[in-house]
Write a protein that binds this ligand. Structure first.
Ligand SMILES: [Zn+2]
Length: 205
């Protein structure tokens, strides 16, 4: 079964934020919502900075320091504001697409059994990574974007955007400066999965 090739725009508005007014667009894709924040002059940028960001209840609501989700998002937004343009796409895929409850159960399991997050998900009967990024590529295309500079460490996001027919001209790695012992293990797992874990590297594709 293939993924849907289009996304429906349900609503759009200008939203006032702590960082100034942004465009907020709500898309529906394959029974899930994708929220877009268009920052600054995003509509006329030829290859805007873009970040595909999965929701993280723990980082965004509970100020968790056990993952780098909040810091990655803040870094991406900072870069976009400095440049005067950028596109943030928010996917409802907490806990690697398994939900926050699964993430919490997996964290408890991993701590008790000394295994990593992926092994904990598998032991509890969840897929190690249930996320899909194809909707983000489809939405970028619906926004009229033909090329992006993607802010990601994850090769699956680059593939999803390229598969939607969008030219990924470069990608920059977003990693926080501080590292806790817990984060070190988290990065080790990400590296095993093919993510770039070097700091603030920029690469032309
Ligand atoms: Zn997180």
């Amino acid at each position: 079964m293939g993924s849907p090739v289009s996304a429906d725009l349900l609503a759009s508005r200008q939203l006032k934020t702590l960082f100034g007014a942004v465009d907020e667009l709500l898309y529906r894709y394959a029974n899930s919502d994708i929220v877009v924040l268009g920052i600054g002059d995003w509509k006329s940028a030829s290859a805007p900075l873009a970040r595909i960001h999965s929701a993280c209840f723990a980082a965004h609501y509970l100020w968790s320091t056990e993952c780098d989700c909040r810091e990655q998002l803040d870094m991406a937004r900072d870069h976009m504001q400095q440049e005067g343009a950028g596109i943030l796409l928010f996917l409802d895929q907490d806990g690697r697409g398994n939900g926050h409850a699964a993430l919490m159960r997996a964290a408890v399991y991993a701590r008790r059994h000394g295994c990593n997050q992926a092994e904990a998900y598998a032991s509890l009967g969840y897929p190690p990574d249930a996320r899909s990024f194809s909707g983000a590529g489809v939405v970028l295309r619906a926004l009229g974007v033909s090329a992006v500079r993607l802010m990601t460490n994850n090769p699956k996001k680059i593939d999803a955007v390229a598969q939607a027919g969008i030219d990924v001209v470069s990608r920059s790695v977003v990693s926080p400066a501080a590292e806790t012992p817990w984060l070190a293990g988290y990065y080790q797992l990400k590296a095993q999965e093919g993510h770039s874990v070097e700091r603030r590297e920029q690469e032309t594709l």
